[in-house]
Structure formats: C-alpha cells, structure tokens
Design a protein around this ligand. Structure first.
Ligand SMILES: NC(=O)c1ccc[n+]([C@@H]2O[C@H](COP(=O)([O-])OP(=O)(O)OC[C@H]3O[C@@H](n4cnc5c(N)ncnc54)[C@H](OP(=O)(O)O)[C@@H]3O)[C@@H](O)[C@H]2O)c1
Length: 381
C-alpha cells in the first residue's frame, strides 16, 4: 500500500440560484434565464480542495469537489447523454487530480439509473453516497421525534419518494420502529408494485398513495426524499406537532412552513460532522473557504460517504442504483462511525435549531393538540 493520502472527488452542482452565487459570486444579481444559459455552456471545473479530513486513528484523506454546473431542472430536461458526459468529465478531472473514488452530489446521483451507467463509464469507482444519507436521515428523523416527545411505536410515518433510491430503503428501515407507514410517490404502478413486493416483510401496518397531501395529513413523522424540483410539503397539510426530516436537495418543504407552522419541527436530515480539521478551500482563491451553506466542519452525508470510502481505502462502487442493499447501509454506518463522522447539528431553513426553538415548538404543538382535544374540529396554529 502506498504512503500517499487516499484521494476522492465529489461532483457538485447548484440546486438553487443562491447556490450559483455561492459558487460564482459574479453571478449575483443576474437574471435566471441568463444564468441558466451560461450554466449550459460552462464546462466542469475543480471548484474546491478539501484537506484536513482526519479519522480519530490518524488516517487522513484529501479530495476535490468538482463543479458540473447544471441546475436540477436542467439535469432532468437536457438530453440524458449530454448530462452523463458532463458528469463524467467532472469525474475525469477528479481522477486526473489523483482521486481514486468519486461521489455523486444531489441530482448527479438521481439522473438516469442513479449512478449505474456513470460508474460503468467512469475511470474510477463511483458511489451515490446514498447509504450514509439513509443512515443520517433515519438518525435525524428519530432524533427529531425524541426532541418533540413523539413515541415512534405509536406513530404514523410517511415516506415521500418511497420508490426512490433513498426512500425505498428508508421505508424498510423505518417500518420496524413505527405503528404504521404510508408510502408516497407519483407513479402509481411503480408504487403499488414496490408495496406488493415488500408489504409482507414490513413489521407494521402499511399502505401507499399518490395523494401526498392526504398522506401528510395523517403523519406524525415525515421523511421526504424526492427528486421534485418544487416544494411538495405545505403548511396546511401538516398535523400539529409533526416531525419532518428533509433529505431532498432542492428542498421539498415550503419555506411557508417556517412562518406559518411554529408547532412543526422540520430538520435537514443529510448533514454530517466531518472529523479532523476539514478545510474546503476554493481552488481559484486558495486562501478563501468555499461556502457550502452549512456550519463549519459540516458536509452532506453523500459527500461524507465518499470521504469514508477514501479513508477506508474502499475504492469501489459502494452505493449505486435504486435497490439499495440494507447490509451495505449498516456497513457504511459502522465505517462512518469508525472514521469519526457523526450526525450534524439540527438545522432547518438555513439556521440551527436551538434548544429554545425546540421548546417553543413543543409548546405550540401541545397548545394545538389540547385545542383539538377540547373539541375544536379545526385547529389553527
Ligand atoms: N442530503 C444529502 O446528503 C443527499 C444525498 C443524496 C441525495 N439527496 C437528495 O435526495 C433526493 C432523493 O434522491 P434519490 O437518489 O433517492 O432519488 P430517486 O431515486 O430518483 O427517487 C426519487 C423519488 O421521489 C419520487 N418523486 C419525485 N417527484 C415527486 C413528487 N413531486 N411527489 C412525490 N414523489 C416524488 C419518485 O417517484 P415518482 O417519480 O413516481 O414520483 C421517487 O420515488 C434528491 O433530492 C437528492 O438530491 C440528498
């Protein structure tokens, strides 16, 4: 084994116009159509050099975030081959810099067959990072439940995006802990077939529906992992005191929830604390930190999975496709813990969730529940 640090690369792309300005401050104030056109023509480039990722036992890795600058809608709308070649060029840049494993960020892991074709064509092994995202999402959902005093054993959980790579694994891992699980997606045939396939293995009541609002209206716990480019969870659908764990990028939960539902706990589920003293330096301005839009030392779980694979020298396509192997999820959880990765602090709508905020949310939920118990059919927050 060589003494050189194991290296990774991770493909990033903007999921909002605010992200574009974070990547390229010069874009601030430019109109959306112009930005989209520029992105269409912009080749991938090495945007961020990541150093200082160090496991508690001293193992270290370095890597690069490579920009494949398309917005989520463009990833879905442009010809598939064009998008694949953009992502593959980004991975090639990483491989030229010495990366031995590549991760796919946000929609680069959603487009097409969730990484399978990209891995086949890539010069280095590829992972979507979804195993660690699933681990982080579950930990985050049940941490939220505990904070809000919701007992999972008596709860109805709704998984939105239930036929997806992340959602389908989450259904199977949430089911043993709750009273009832409702599966939600848009494609009814795929949803029914998936439910038929797994219903007998699920140790709780289960059902499925394409009526997202109706499902959310019944939910104590919501985990959302869709490939929607629009908000799908709105304040009027949520039950008093509901806990929502959001994995989707771009976000599924409307910002109106923050303003109109002080009784609901929304938490971004896919953030991890990176061990060591990680630095995310802009490649073009190495003295400047790249703003990931997250607190210090924090990275997305899919980025973290790629770092874990590098630290463990597991240069292999660890997580690919839409039928994720649950043994791999458990193995990734163990590897990540061994490497010193832990769940990120609670956060929603770009801000940390403080102890005071949780107390106020619990209080608002209790008030609404007692109004409902006192006979008010309609409860307004
Ligand atoms: N935080 C992180 O670290 C992290 C890591 C990886 C991925 N992600 C994000 O997680 C999300 C899911 O990724 P994935 O790989 O699991 O995607 P995926 O395999 O493509 O699955 C997407 C799921 O969403 C459903 N869906 C799409 N639009 C919907 C809508 N409007 N309403 C209800 N369901 C809808 C799809 O089914 P139908 O088409 O039938 O509706 C499918 O079940 C993406 O936003 C991705 O960017 C986050």
């Amino acid at each position: 084994m060589s003494d050189a640090l194991p290296k990774f690369c991770f493909v990033i792309h903007p999921v909002s116009l605010e992200d574009v300005a974070r990547y390229e401050p010069g874009a601030k104030g430019k109109g959306e159509p112009i930005i989209r056109k520029i992105l269409e023509w912009m080749p991938p480039w090495a945007a961020v050099h990541v150093t200082g990722v160090r496991a508690p036992d001293g193992r270290e890795t370095e890597g690069w975030f490579i920009g494949a600058p398309l917005m989520p809608e463009q990833m879905l709308e442009l010809p598939r081959e064009e998008v694949y070649s953009r992502i593959l060029r980004a991975i090639e840049i990483g491989a030229e810099l010495g990366a031995q494993v590549a991760g796919l960020g946000a929609f680069t892991g959603v487009v097409g067959d969730a990484g399978v074709t990209i891995n086949e064509r890539s010069p280095i092994p590829v992972t979507t990072g979804n195993s660690l995202t699933i681990v982080a999402g579950l930990q985050s959902l049940f941490r939220g439940a505990q904070e809000m005093g919701v007992d999972p054993a008596g709860a109805t959980a709704v998984v939105i995006g239930a036929t997806g790579s992340i959602g389908s694994a989450c259904v199977r891992l949430i089911a043993p802990k709750v009273k009832r699980v409702i599966l939600v997606a848009r494609n009814e045939t795929r949803l029914r077939k998936f439910h038929e396939q797994i219903a007998s293995e699920l140790p709780c009541e289960s059902s499925y529906t394409t009526d997202l609002s109706a499902a959310v209206r019944q939910a104590d716990l919501v985990l959302t992992a869709t490939s929607s480019t629009q908000n799908v969870i709105h304040p009027e659908d949520l039950r008093p005191g509901a806990v929502v764990c959001e994995l989707s990028l771009p976000h599924d939960v409307s910002r109106r929830v923050a303003l109109e539902r002080p009784d609901v706990l929304v938490t971004e589920g896919g953030n991890m604390l990176v061990p060591g003293a990680p630095r995310f330096s802009r490649v073009r301005e190495p003295d400047q930190e790249f703003d990931l839009g997250l607190p210090p030392r924090t990275a997305l779980a899919c980025m973290s999975e790629t770092m874990v694979l590098a630290l463990e020298r597991r240069f292999e396509p660890f997580t690919l496709g839409r039928g994720i192997n649950l043994d791999r999820v458990v193995e990734m959880e163990e590897m990540a813990a061994r490497c010193g990765f832990t769940l990120g602090g609670m956060r929603s709508f770009d801000a940390a969730i403080t102890t005071e905020k949780i107390a106020a949310t619990r209080e608002a939920a209790a008030r609404l529940r007692s109004q409902a118990a006192a006979g008010g059919e309609r409860v307004s927050p």
